[in-house]
Design a protein around this ligand. Structure first.
Ligand SMILES: C[S@@+](CC[C@H](N)C(=O)[O-])C[C@H]1O[C@@H](n2cnc3c(N)ncnc32)[C@H](O)[C@@H]1O
Length: 481
């Protein structure tokens, strides 16, 4: 192994070294790290690009950070009209990073927008060929696992990578072979992160060759988050000196079989973490034990329910569906799972359907309903699915607190006022910036409730909401399915 170390733009309490159990290299703690502390902080990405639908509503330089802090009128690049920026500062930054090289290429495509992975590979190729990476960054990148042998066994994946690499070579017009570009593409597939907002919504892909050294465990001790273009890895469990850092590459709230398939398809390994070693004996899989199979068809009934619920969830997430239609579909999906009498509210896809339903309710200004589902999620679901310090729990806690405050103040006193959703969401975003989130904890949320004179059982005359709190308190959340 070449001597790998963190580039100067990274602050970290880790060191890379070979990891056990065929994991390749990994990162190990150089000192004890407390819950909530930074494991790693990278100031800039090796490459980061927005997903195509986000090009229109998110700044391609700060990735929405400035939009969270106040109203920003995004302006399209006058050259290519593909990317948008908050202002000249953001534009100049991206121009220097690599847009000066890619802008003429985008222009030549005459309105056709390359998919996100092609845009990312193009950026890496252009930057590498113009000497914009230092030797240390390139050495780290070249050391990363790419599983070329496995990719070559998969005809579809191989063809996709070759096709993208050929196009990138043609557009970039650089003295690099298609094979070398294909290696960049393969490394990107295995090593990129989902770039997310502070609300953990995916907006693009992000690659950092030092952070990419972190291996996966479904029983992880750290999580990744973003503040604009900065990447943070925070401890969600106490980490001892010399202990390996683990994050989760996938949604670990899904059953064992789903996790195993996702990890082997995209990352080519079998997870041997403590959670996977338990096989079916975990909260995600144990639910069938209490289900009495009366006939051979019973298991099929559960599978049918799951399929129908997933279909409705997919339909609801299609970009052109209006929020009221989505709410109907998502409620039907919840009812299908609830009607099996065997599906705990913590088992996927129940939890994800509810997450989506909360977003649809907010988009449709149906805040009482959003509140009820947010309360069930915070009190009954997150406590099972996530460790107490997990940032997702903090995002959900803030959403709940803000909804409670909103419902108790504005909603009650001005029932006829049209709700200005933009303002409302902006307010959310402002509060939910990543640094604040991870520094926060549940006591803070509770203090906010109390500080606002809010006892959830004493909320104003919102019968539905008060009733829901009562039901949750009595452990009756299942009836909200
Ligand atoms: C993002 S890279 C992590 C860094 C990698 N270990 C390396 O040396 O380049 C992902 C790859 O690491 C390996 N890996 C990560 N977590 C693993 C685990 N829990 N068990 C086995 N291999 C793992 C797999 O080869 C996977 O495709």
């Amino acid at each position: 192994m070449p001597s790998l170390s963190a580039p100067p733009s990274v602050t970290t309490k880790t060191v890379p070294r070979p990891a056990p159990d065929g994991m390749g290299n990994g990162l190990f703690a150089t000192e004890a790290i407390k819950v909530g502390e930074d494991v790693l902080h990278a100031m800039t990405p090796f490459v980061a690009v927005l997903d195509s639908p986000r090009l229109d509503d998110t700044c391609a330089a700060c990735f929405g950070k400035r939009q969270m802090e106040g109203t920003v009128d995004l302006k399209a690049c006058t050259g290519c009209r593909v990317v948008k920026y908050c202002d000249r500062t953001c534009q100049l930054k991206d121009w220097k990073f690599s847009h000066s090289k890619e802008c003429p290429i985008y222009q030549s495509l005459k309105g056709r927008v390359l998919p996100n992975n092609a845009r990312a590979i193009l950026r890496i190729v252009l930057r590498a060929n113009h000497g914009k990476y230092n030797a240390q960054e390139l050495e780290l990148f070249s050391s990363l696992e790419m599983h070329m042998d496995k990719i070559q066994e998969n005809k579809e994946q191989q063809e996709r990578i070759t096709l993208t690499s050929k196009s990138v070579k043609e557009y970039a017009n650089v003295p690099m072979s298609v094979e070398d570009i294909a290696q960049y593409a393969a490394r990107l597939e295995v090593n990129s992160f989902n770039l997310t907002t502070a609300m953990y919504d995916r907006i693009g892909l992000y690659m950092h060759p030092y952070a990419a050294l972190i291996n996966h465990s479904c029983d992880y001790n750290a999580t990744v988050g973003f503040d604009g273009e900065e990447l943070y890895v925070k401890a969600v469990k106490p980490i001892n000196k010399n202990e390996q850092i683990f994050i989760s590459y996938i949604d670990t709230t899904t059953p064992h079989k789903v996790r195993r398939n996702e990890l082997s398809e995209r990352y080519f390994f079998q997870c041997l973490c403590p959670k996977c070693s338990k096989g079916l004996d975990t909260a995600e899989d144990r639910f069938l034990e209490s289900y009495s199979f009366e006939s051979a068809d019973s298991e099929t009934a559960l599978e049918t329910a799951e399929r129908q619920a997933l279909e409705l969830m997919k339909k609801a997430s299609e970009s052109d569906s209006n929020p009221a239609e989505s709410i109907k579909d998502l409620e039907s999906a919840l009812h299908i799972l609830h009607a099996t009498s065997a599906w705990p509210i913590t088992r996927q896809p129940y939890a994800s359907i509810r997450d989506q339903l909360i977003l649809s309710c907010l988009s449709a200004s149906r805040f009482s309903e959003a509140f009820i589902h947010a309360a069930v999620r915070y009190l009954r679901i997150d406590t099972v699915l996530y460790s107490p310090a997990h940032p997702v729990r903090q995002v959900h806690a803030w959403v709940l607190a803000k909804l409670a405050i909103y419902l108790s103040q504005s909603f009650e006193t001005h029932p006829d006022d049209p709700v200005r959703l933009e303002e409302y969401q902006l307010n959310f975003h402002f509060i939910l910036c990543f640094k604040k989130l991870v520094a926060g904890n549940f006591a803070q949320v509770n203090r906010e409730f109390v500080g606002q004179g809010l006892d959830p059982t004493q909320l104003p005359a919102q019968t539905l909401v008060r009733q829901a709190w009562g039901e949750i308190g009595e452990g009756g959340a299942g009836c909200l399915g």
